[in-house]
Design a protein around this ligand. Structure first.
Ligand code: F6P
Length: 486
């Protein structure tokens, strides 16, 4: 089997290179092991009609990375415009932040069509295409227009919102229709799948039966595949990373003080303003925690040319400095606030050094930081995860302290509780969560999706035979039963 994975952002990564995204960091190890081809943006753009869209090809483990220079004329409209100023706010239920032009939509469709053309060179009789995320909702439909008959799957890393929210995106009906060109659409949670089902029922008048919808494009299976991490590998990395100079410096600087950690892209979906307000409230409500507990907040700048992100950056920086001004002392800073990215090799050690992990997005597809924080803990003295109930991860990590990120007082109280939780309770919660993380690993996620896509193909073959897929690594090494589709 020839697997071609497509995402806008790719990782070229070494453990110590900063990674901007959950998706890229999560896919890297599985692509490296699987022998798949991973196609994505090179981060550069090119003018004019390109005869050769692939700018670079390199080997990553047993896999291959193919990087595309995207068309200069359409890049801004595609990435900053439609993908991140219309779809992203809508998918995270922030219709108030949607800003979009019809030109942006045209550029989005153009870039999807461009990538589809570039993918043709990877097509073989036994190819499976697996497209990732909201940048490429219409890529499957473009591949079909080019005559591609291979199975095409799609996984959405973000939430899919309630119908009234997605309705605020211009052309949403067009896009949802295009999505039905996929044979399999995977979601992070059951809620996302249900919201999508409601959307196609009301907008397109189509019914979903036994997880399958039939449209003019054929059959599309809708299924839930919560993305995971390699928990044991991350735990080993964390144990080693405590020797990293940045991590030892942090530990030395604490002088017995307890530490809470937050690590996020600087994005309005991450709930940073509410989180800083919650710490402010906590120190006001519990003065005994002044000097006794501080916050390390890493907020990696993201999508900086988009106004909403620039505004957020200024707002969080101002708020942090107000809180530090209010509660700080000549020799104590309540919030250490860093606007840079760290590689996983360092992050793992920072997580292990913190007694509390605060992951409090207003809405998040999964949030792998929550999973990584748990995996990084020392089994004999684990920290406590404070987790938003609106992160996809809350479905599995229900042994965390779950909070409503809009309730500042509630969060302040819960963080204080986490800071003083007794060891036996911390251990019990950690064990429950680690068991789940081990069960739903990234390898399992990858294999479940590919197997479901391939088996859907086999079921269809009874009606309309296709060439049989030769047994490759996916049949032997990585696949296992148990796809969770509904
Ligand atoms: O689905 C969301 C996602 O792809 C994440 O995996 C990642 O955190 C983020 O978006 C990356 O965004 P960007 O590529 O714009 O930095």
């Amino acid at each position: 089997m020839n697997l071609v994975v497509v995402s806008n952002r790719v990782a070229r990564g070494k453990a110590n290179e900063p990674m901007t995204g959950g998706l890229a960091a999560a896919l890297l190890p599985v692509v490296e092991k699987s022998g798949a081809v991973w196609v994505g943006s090179s981060g550069r753009v090119r003018d004019g009609a390109q005869t050769e869209p692939i700018a670079e090809i390199e080997q990553i483990g047993e896999g291959t990375l193919a990087l595309l220079d995207l068309p200069a004329a359409h890049y801004a409209g595609y990435y900053e415009g439609f993908a991140n100023s219309a779809l992203w706010p809508a998918l995270h239920s922030r219709s108030d932040l949607i800003s979009v032009s019809h030109d942006d939509y045209r550029s989005y469709r153009e870039v999807n069509a461009f990538v589809a053309r570039a993918l043709l060179r990877f097509q073989k009789p036994d190819t499976l295409f697996w497209i990732q995320d909201y940048h490429f909702l219409s890529l499957g439909a473009e591949l079909r227009t080019l005559g591609v008959k291979s199975p095409i799957g799609f996984f959405l890393h973000t939430p899919w919102p309630a119908r009234c929210v997605i309705d605020s995106v211009p052309n949403h009906r067009d896009l949802v229709t295009a999505m039905l060109a996929y044979d399999l659409i995977g979601f992070q949670t059951e809620d996302d799948r249900e919201n999508f089902t409601a959307c196609i029922r009301t907008d397109l008048g189509l019914q979903v039966r036994d997880g399958v919808v039939r449209s003019l494009h054929g059959r599309t299976r809708l299924a839930v595949f919560p993305i995971g991490i390699d928990a044991d590998k991350f735990a080993q990395q964390a144990a080693k990373a405590v020797a990293h100079p940045d991590v030892s410096r942090l530990r030395r600087s604490l002088n017995g003080e307890k530490l809470a950690i937050g690590v996020d892209r600087l994005d309005y979906s991450k709930g940073l303003v509410n989180r800083v307000n919650a710490f402010d409230r906590m120190w006001t409500m519990h003065p005994s925690l002044l000097r006794a507990a501080s916050l390390l907040q890493i907020a990696t700048p993201s999508r900086e040319s988009i106004e909403a992100y620039g505004n957020l950056q200024s707002e969080v920086a101002r708020l942090v400095s107000e809180v530090n001004g209010r509660h700080g002392e000549v020799d104590w800073t309540p919030i250490r606030y860093l606007n840079k990215g760290y590689g996983q090799g360092v992050l793992a050690g920072l997580y292990r050094s913190a007694q509390v992990g605060v992951v409090t997005p207003l809405h998040d597809g999964m949030n792998l930081v929550a999973k990584e924080y748990v995996a990084a803990q020392s089994p004999v003295d684990p920290g406590v995860l404070v987790l938003s109930k609106f992160a996809g991860a809350a479905n599995e990590l229900d042994a965390a302290l779950l909070v409503n990120p809009h309730d500042i007082d509630g969060m302040a109280r819960t963080i204080a509780t986490a800071l003083s939780m007794p060891l036996n309770e911390r251990r019990m919660r950690y064990e429950i969560m680690m068991t789940k993380l081990r069960r739903h690993s990234i390898q399992q996620w990858f294999a479940d999706f590919v197997e479901t896509l391939r088996d859907g193909d086999a079921a269809e073959a009874e009606i309309d035979p296709l060439p049989a897929a030769p047994a490759g690594f996916l049949a032997g090494r990585m696949l296992s039963p148990g796809a969770r589709y509904h």
